[in-house]
Design a protein around this ligand. Structure first.
Ligand SMILES: [Zn+2]
Length: 156
């Protein structure tokens, strides 16, 4: 078995849609930066890449490359899934924690888990998702995601 871990953060900015887990959430601000700023898919992509010791998301999809500006982060995740499959591993489950002051994730958690399950080809009961507010750490203008994945060897 193998374990992978990923972390990401993005700053909230006005005038852009908020994408988390490939789902557009109703909110006054979105996450700026690399691609569509999907902090959860980026952390998850890095967890998968890390589990098979592949280069990280920033190396494979450099933020400096205009090609990735505004890109759908599902593209990065699919490439990470392909790299996992090529090494002979299968994804067993994932677990993630989002840390953000707003919006509340609870009402959207089922939609996010469903979409991530679809992207990963896993049942929704293999997708862990928690959301916390950033108490006392001064990151109210950012969204942070931590993700872990477990891989099992598919072929002996
Ligand atoms: Zn990111």
């Amino acid at each position: 078995m193998r374990i992978g871990y990923g972390w990401d953060s993005h700053e909230f900015q006005p005038g852009i849609p908020l994408r988390i887990g490939g789902v557009t959430l109703p909110h006054s601000r979105g996450l700026g930066g690399h691609s569509d700023g999907d902090v959860l898919l980026h952390a998850l992509t890095d967890a998968l890449l890390g589990a098979v010791a592949a280069p990280d998301i920033g190396s494979l999809f450099p933020p400096s490359d205009p090609k990735w500006k505004g890109a759908d982060s599902a593209v990065f995740l699919r490439e990470a899934v392909r790299r996992v499959q090529r090494t002979g591993y299968a994804l067993a489950n994932m677990d993630a924690t989002l840390i953000l002051a707003a919006p509340k994730i609870g009402p959207h958690a089922a939609a996010i888990r469903g979409n991530v399950a679809k992207l990963l080809g896993l049942p929704a009961d293999c997708i862990g998702l928690k959301a916390k507010t950033p108490e006392g750490i001064g990151t109210d203008n950012a969204a942070i995601a931590h993700a872990v994945v477990l891989l099992q060897r598919e072929k002996p």
